[in-house]
Design a protein around this ligand. Structure first.
Ligand code: ZN
Length: 400
């Protein structure tokens, strides 16, 4: 048996949580969350090439919070299997030998459950190394689940034990601490986001949101692109300080963002009869990293005609797409990561993230860790992490 925080299907709780939304995080963590602490049977490796992993740290992601609080689209419902143990940002130890990796190897998890893990011949996307685009995430050796942390069979990071396939495992060098290793999965996604943004040398970029996704995307833009001016929109003081430290040219609050982009890009500002101001002119590339309607509207309204808007946050309904039409914007989704093209080289985003995590001081990003038994406090903290200036909150399942 293993202790786990489990997400179970409860339509009334889902709808209640959705109604309360993010306005009262205490209520979500307290009584409405479709979560419970359970003793589960340990997950069993479903086939050759799989092994057990005992998590050391497992992060709480914005997508987890959106799932718990009922903010995600019903689109996801056929892509998960219930009940599942959340947690896809994981550093842990191999409990079994898995092919070339001996038991005891410290690993980080690439969570996508793509063709290789499912025992299937590669689909066209997997064959190209774009495992995030895999078409087979509902079939094969394990139940439907776009990732570990959304699949009933694999377990997840918010527990004492999960199972993973060799294709998901990346050994962690000794130079990377657990506290940094738990940030490698979001960092790999951020590298993918920065590269999908494809800013030209000297291009102006707007990063909307300065939580973990925003800060790591900013870091990746500075490391892997030649972007010029990068304006970051941050809500809270702690986020402002972090954004400056990680390479922002200018950090502004949400209310000042349109004016700041207008000044830096010499655009024209127009004020509609209702709704937020927008620009004629604006940044070359905007990256939406907050996953709110307001932040997506801001990105769409401040990007120049023909520019690119990258959706790095989990998208939400209700944004006004008029600027996509009128400004002929290119809207680019980013999900997970894969084999990336960097200056003509093909490199795994996880390998890039692991080397970057060894070099760059990411220690201030992990704000707190909690034992599984304190899951309510952990979720509550994660819901308020922006305001508290502690971007990432994680579970330490070893604490019980
Ligand atoms: Zn595939």
């Amino acid at each position: 048996m293993t202790v786990a925080v489990e997400l179970f299907r409860s339509v009334p709780r889902y709808l209640a949580a959705r109604a309360v939304g993010e306005r009262a995080p205490g209520l979500i963590a307290g009584t409405l969350a479709p979560l419970r602490l359970v003793n589960r049977d340990e997950p069993v490796p479903p086939a050759e090439g799989w092994g057990r992993v005992t998590p050391r740290l497992a992060g709480i992601c914005g997508s987890d919070l959106a799932t718990i609080s009922g903010q995600t689209s019903f689109y996801f419902s056929p892509l998960v299997s219930m009940p599942f143990v959340p947690g896809h940002e994981v550093v842990g130890d191999l409990y079994d030998d898995v092919e070339d990796l001996p038991a005891g190897t410290r690993v980080v998890l690439a969570p996508v459950l793509a063709c290789a893990a499912r025992g299937l011949p590669p689909c066209p996307s997997c064959a190209e190394g774009a495992t995030g685009r895999c078409d087979r995430v509902t079939v094969g050796h394990v139940s439907p689940g776009l990732q570990t942390g959304y699949c009933a069979d694999t377990g997840g990071g918010w527990s004492g034990m999960l199972v993973a396939h060799r294709s998901q495992l990346h050994p962690v060098p000794d130079t990377v601490t657990d506290e940094r290793a738990v940030l490698v999965e979001p960092l790999a996604c951020a590298i993918h986001a920065a590269l999908r943004g494809r800013p030209e040398p000297g291009a102006s970029v707007l990063v909307v949101g300065a939580g973990t996704v925003g800060i790591l995307t900013l870091l990746a833009l500075r490391e892997f692109t030649e972007a010029g001016t990068i304006v970051v929109v941050a809500k809270h003081r702690g986020q402002r300080d972090l954004a400056l430290r990680f390479g922002a040219t200018e950090v502004v609050g949400p209310r000042d963002a349109v004016s700041a982009v207008r000044r830096s890009s010499r655009a024209f500002r127009l004020q509609p009869e209702r709704g937020g101001a927008f620009l004629l002119g604006g940044v070359d590339v905007a990256v939406e990293c907050a996953g709110t309607r307001r932040s997506l509207d801001l990105a769409l309204r401040t990007t120049r005609a023909g520019g690119r808007v990258v959706l790095a946050g989990l998208p939400v309904a209700g944004a006004d797409l008029t600027p996509v039409w009128f400004r002929e914007l290119e809207v680019v989704g980013v999900y997970a990561s894969g084999i990336e093209s960097v200056n003509g080289d093909r490199r795994s985003a996880f390998e890039l993230a692991l080397s970057l995590a060894a070099e760059v001081d990411l220690d201030s990003l992990l704000g707190a860790t909690y034992p599984l038994a304190s899951w309510r406090e952990a979720i509550d903290h994660a819901m308020s992490s922006g305001r508290l200036g502690t971007p990432k909150v994680a579970f330490d399942p070893r604490e019980g």
